[in-house]
Design a protein around this ligand. Structure first.
Ligand code: MN
Length: 461
């Protein structure tokens, strides 16, 4: 697709400047002042608008099958929500498979779930739920097939023990794959959930009480030392939610630990555990793991963005209906975990970050460039430069209130009801195709493509 985006203020991860962007065959062909339109391409006038690289959300759970529950956005509705919020690429964290299944088992299934449905480009993180020689060998195969990252869990039924984690890390070091880890201390959480539950402490606030910040910090710390033993493979902490957890990462970097990356999510930057105390069971809407934290954690994570300690802002988009969350009415442990967020991330983070005096470039780095770099998508994705995919969003300054009625996903609530945003996505372009125009959907189902991601073998930064 061919296009000319004129007169916009381009905001990449390292600079802002006024220029036109000429798009040919879905790629950025030329960037410059007053570009000629010799071939009469369609023109978008971006005067008084911000032009940004499309968002890259590397933590979503589309169509996630949890057994009793299934996340209510599939790869169509979830990516439609994404595109309205200015996100043009996702890397989805896939569900667990049956015990003992191969790594390919779930990846094959996810290709079927996404193919013909997604309206934006996508990839998947592999998931490792047990470890043996076959699984380790399969990591090589998947890397060759463009799956450059694998998720492991330190809690839940399919968690790995320390020996298994070490074997995975050693293999990751060899292949150059990134290991994404859900870091929470399982034993402590099991103990606390039982202790409080047995004593009738089952209101939603006990979801936060039973996963204290130390459970995150301990797991992060242990993981970092295991990584040291394995020779520092690329290690990525998903959804870091606490000051204590972030402190473990910054302390490790100070003592020379290499190749660790830190993600946080919109909710940990904007919401606190006070939400669990909402009346009429509304606190259940925020049941997710890790839980929402305290004000001082929110502040520490924003400081971490300012100081470049946090690398990525993602969403952990995993929506359910409120009526499903109400299964936790008598006991928070019975509610499915997760909340929507893929649509809100770009607008909310730009609004809140700029209010805090953080540059738009720094925010673009966290929302687009860094996730693309870490997960093998850069410079195809995550940047506005010649040769990159023309994945571009145009935002206008203005005021919008986020409400359920202006959301596009399938869930019947938003965790950000009433949030005011100052930056509104008006146009979303992917590979030169206009997916949202004037806040209206123009994308066709199934036009998103699976993106093969590449490892940076042996390279350390
Ligand atoms: Mn998740």
């Amino acid at each position: 697709m061919n296009l000319l985006i004129k007169n916009g203020l381009i905001n990449d991860n390292n600079e802002s400047y006024n220029a036109d962007i000429l798009i040919e065959d879905g790629k950025i062909k030329e960037i410059g002042i007053k570009l000629n339109n010799e071939n009469n391409y369609e023109v978008i006038d971006a005067s008084e608008r911000l032009v940004l690289p499309g968002g890259v959300d590397v933590h979503t759970h589309m169509d996630l099958d949890l057994g009793k529950y299934r996340a209510v956005d599939d790869f169509y509705t979830g990516t439609v929500a994404a595109v309205f919020g200015g996100t043009t690429t996702i890397v989805d964290h896939i569900a667990f498979g049956p015990n003992g299944c191969s790594l390919h088992h779930k990846i094959d299934e996810y290709h079927k779930l996404a193919d013909g449905k997604a309206v934006i480009d996508y990839s998947f993180h592999g998931v490792i739920q047990h470890v043996d020689e076959n699984i380790l060998n399969e990591m090589n195969e998947l890397v060759d097939e463009g799956i450059q990252s694998f998720k492991i869990y330190m809690t839940y039924n399919n968690m790995l023990n320390d020996e298994e984690i070490l074997r995975v890390l050693v293999k990751a070091k060899e292949t150059g794959a990134v290991i994404a880890v859900h870091a929470e201390n399982n034993g402590a959480i099991q103990y606390l959930r039982k202790y409080y539950g047995d004593n009738g402490k089952t209101e939603p606030i006990y979801h936060a009480v039973t996963r204290p910040d130390s459970t995150e910090a301990e797991a992060i710390n242990r993981m970092i030392y295991l990584s040291e033993i394995a020779g520092y493979p690329h290690l990525y902490f998903v959804h870091v939610s606490t000051k204590k957890g972030l402190n473990e990462i910054t302390a490790a970097r100070k003592r020379g630990v290499k190749n660790i990356y830190c993600e946080t999510c919109t909710q940990y930057l904007t919401l606190t555990e006070e939400n669990y105390k909402k009346e009429n069971y509304e606190g259940l809407k925020y049941i997710m793991a890790p839980p929402l934290r305290k004000h001082e954690d929110v502040e520490a994570l924003w400081k971490g963005i300012e100081k470049n300690e946090v690398d990525v802002i993602a969403t952990d988009h995993c929506p359910f209906f409120f009526k499903q969350k109400l299964d936790g009415k008598t006991d928070f442990r019975l509610a499915p975990g997760g909340a929507p967020g893929v649509e809100e991330r770009m607008e909310i983070i730009l609004t809140e970050g700029i209010k805090r005096g953080i540059s738009v470039n720094r925010l673009v780095e966290k929302l687009s460039a860094n996730p693309a770099k870490i997960f093998g998508l850069y410079p195809k994705k995550g940047t506005i430069q010649i040769g990159a995919d023309a994945d571009i969003i145009i935002m206008k300054k203005g005021n919008k209130i986020i409400e359920q009625k202006n959301r596009h996903g399938r869930s019947d609530y938003t965790a950000y009801e009433g949030f005011e945003v100052d930056y509104v996505v008006e146009t979303t372009v992917q590979r030169g195709r206009i997916l949202v125009s004037g806040c209206k959907l123009t994308a066709d189902e199934g036009t998103g493509e699976f993106i093969k991601r590449k490892c940076k073998k042996g390279k350390e930064d």
